[in-house]
Ligand binder design. Structure first.
Ligand code: NDP
Length: 338
């Protein structure tokens, strides 16, 4: 069995030596267990949090422990009454080729319904995150302006398309000509803005002539600084992720303390700023999501792009790159064939 374990806790940006690729024997099955073989492994920004010790909503990975992660896997041996060899499942079996499961937390997928990897992206956890944040917090209305950064990625691409499905204007923030073109031309956003442009704030204001009604927060940092002055009265801000900060730890950054000004503006503009973790809504809204998203795919209103890396050995570098935008689309590692 091939697997990637956490070798060291990163300081700042992770480096390849924080990970270790290992060969170990495939575990034997007990009664009620099955062996899963990974086909696709999802690489997601939250994994940076699991590598550190900063308190969060989930436990850190132990040193020497297998890196956590969502997977699409095939049941290759089963001693479980409900699962048969050949079943394809969404699992949380981590950065490894084989894993033993007792069936808890597994979801069966129909391999004929959509591409297998989409169950880790637009039709899986990230797509659901976009759906839940927009449905419960963003609540876009026709004619409103919705802004999202990391707009070509797994969550952001779905946010903008949901905005348009609700009749709102979608403004995407990303960087680099390929991503900017893709978000506007392939995903159909109404406008795109480059967050690395020196006049980013001015360009964002130009792209949002009527202000911003929903800002779906994926990144934090300089993008937030550009967005905040443009928020309209009664704007909603689902706070989903802060990827610009993930390599900086939990310590306050040097600089002016803007919290008093921010609080005053939250008050005077009646802003709703609401953090969420998608698990809050998973049990109650997952079925609605799968129904709606499947329909939108069939109608051609929900599209996405995937960035597929071949082989587990490449996962560490791909993950390090994800944290500074080297991925183009939902990042997955392919380990096998479906
Ligand atoms: P993406 O596929 O969008 O990939 C990450 C992207 O973040 C990069 O491609 C890059 O895009 C952008 N990025 C990285 N650093 C910066 C920066 N300093 N400033 C601006 N953009 C940056 O990732 P996901 O769609 O999987 O995740 C998006 C966000 O959603 C993350 O913050 C993640 O943690 C969060 N999330 C939260 C969940 C929840 O339950 N709350 C669940 C799932 C995800 P670009 O090249 O466009 O800058």
């Amino acid at each position: 069995n091939q697997r990637v374990v956490l070798a060291a806790r990163p300081e700042g940006r992770p480096v390849p030596s924080d990970f270790r690729l290992e060969e170990v024997s495939v575990p034997a099955l007990g009664a009620g267990e099955m062996l899963l073989e990974t086909i696709f492994l999802s690489l997601d920004p939250y994994m940076r949090g699991r590598m550190g010790l900063v308190k969060s909503y989930a436990q850190p990975v132990e040193i020497g422990g297998v890196m956590v992660g969502g997977t699409v896997a095939k049941v290759v041996q089963s001693r479980h009454p409900d699962w048969a060899e050949g079943d394809i499942v969404v699992a949380y079996s981590g950065w490894q080729r084989f894993a033993v499961s007792d069936g808890s937390g597994l979801r069966r997928i129909d391999p004929g319904a959509a591409s297998l990897s989409s169950a880790l992206g637009a039709l899986g956890m990230p797509g659901f995150t976009a759906y839940a944040g927009m449905r419960n917090i963003g609540k876009p209305k026709p004619g409103e302006t919705v802004v999202v950064a990391a707009a070509s990625g797994a969550v952001g691409s779905v946010v903008g398309q949901i905005a348009r499905i609700h009749g709102a204007r979608a403004v995407g923030i990303t960087t680099g000509a390929h991503k900017l073109d893709f978000v506007r031309d392939d995903l159909g956003f109404d406008a795109v803005v480059d967050h690395k442009a020196p006049d980013f704030a001015a360009k964002l204001a130009e792209a949002c002539p009527d202000g911003i009604d929903v800002y779906f927060e994926n990144v934090g940092g300089a993008v937030w600084d550009g967005v905040f002055p443009l928020l309209n009265p009664f704007a909603r801000v689902p706070v989903c992720g802060l990827i610009a900060q993930y390599n900086h730890g939990a310590e306050p950054q040097p600089g002016l303390d803007r919290l008093p000004v921010t609080m005053r503006e939250i008050l005077s503009r009646s802003l709703t700023i609401r953090g969420f973790v998608m698990t809050e809504f998973w049990d109650s809204q997952r079925d609605d999501f799968l129904r709606d998203a499947t329909q939108w795919v069939a109608d051609g209103r929900l599209r996405w792009r995937e960035d597929i890396v071949q082989g587990l050995a490449r996962a560490p570098d791909a993950f390090i790159g994800l944290l500074d935008g080297q991925n183009f689309g939902k990042l997955v590692v392919q380990l096998g064939e479906g």
